[in-house]
Design a protein. Structure first.
Length: 246
């Protein structure tokens, strides 16, 4: 039986696990980092928690006789992807990266693409920059944006950030999918002037971009980190399933 390890708790990872689990010739093991409380679990065998870097992951691949690895982590899980690439290279286990397509700017959008969270924060320090910010870059990124003079943040995340939370930050705990109507109402209620987000892609959280376009809100979009050299990439679950089965 072919043993496939799927890294990540994304919607694509769950869909891939379901498809592979239906194949009697494949045994699926899904690995979740454990950073989100009450995660949506995939079908099949599930392990939670980190591996301890590339050394631990390499040992797991060998010890569990893994035949193939699909990295379906979040597009910004740069450390995990780097560990997967190194562990696969050491052990000779084939690796595929599955990433949903990124968002593309369209007519009526006013996006500023930046290379990092730090650069996004610097844009908010510029003279005349908007001061009421809709921040959807995740709870772990909040320290990058604290201490901005005169800036008020509505920070949305699935789980609460580590305390203390500054007085100029309002934390909104919520989980997608979101609607355009809901995002529009949220922006109006809090009188938000700019959206800061990461190019995660996908439909579950894209409604905020439509709402921003319709309301004329500028968007600061953080680009995805580059993949390790030589890594094979696909952007659909079907392509990843074909590869893993073959």
């Amino acid at each position: 039986m072919r043993r496939v390890l799927i890294l990540g708790g994304t919607a694509e990872a769950r869909a891939l696990a379901a498809e592979l689990a239906a194949d009697p010739g494949v045994h699926v093991v899904s690995s979740l980092a454990g950073r989100v409380s009450n995660p949506r679990l995939p079908v099949g065998e599930v392990r939670e928690g980190g591996f301890g870097g590339p050394d631990g992951l390499a040992a797991f691949l060998v010890g569990e006789r893994i035949d193939a690895v699909v990295d379906a982590t979040h597009p910004f899980a740069q450390r995990m992807t780097a560990s997967a690439a190194e562990a696969a290279a050491r052990t000779g286990v084939p690796l595929l990266v599955l990433r949903r397509p990124g968002w593309q700017e369209g007519p009526g959008d006013a996006w500023q693409r930046v290379g990092s969270l730090r650069e996004a924060a610097d844009r908010l320090r510029a003279p005349g920059a908007p001061t009421r910010v809709f921040l959807t870059t995740g709870r772990r990124s909040l320290p990058v944006f604290t201490g901005l003079p005169g800036v008020w943040l509505l920070a949305r995340s699935v789980d609460p950030p580590e305390p203390p939370v500054p007085d100029n930050v309002h934390v909104l705990l919520d989980r997608g999918p979101y609607t355009v109507e809901g995002e529009t109402a949220l922006i109006r209620e809090h009188r938000l002037e700019v959206l800061v987000t990461k190019d995660s892609g996908g439909r579950m959280t894209a409604a905020k971009l439509v709402a921003a376009r319709e309301l004329g809100l500028p968007v600061i979009m953080v680009n995805r980190p580059a993949l390790p050299p030589g890594v094979r990439l696909v952007d659909t679950v079907a392509a990843a399933a074909d590869w893993a089965q073959g």
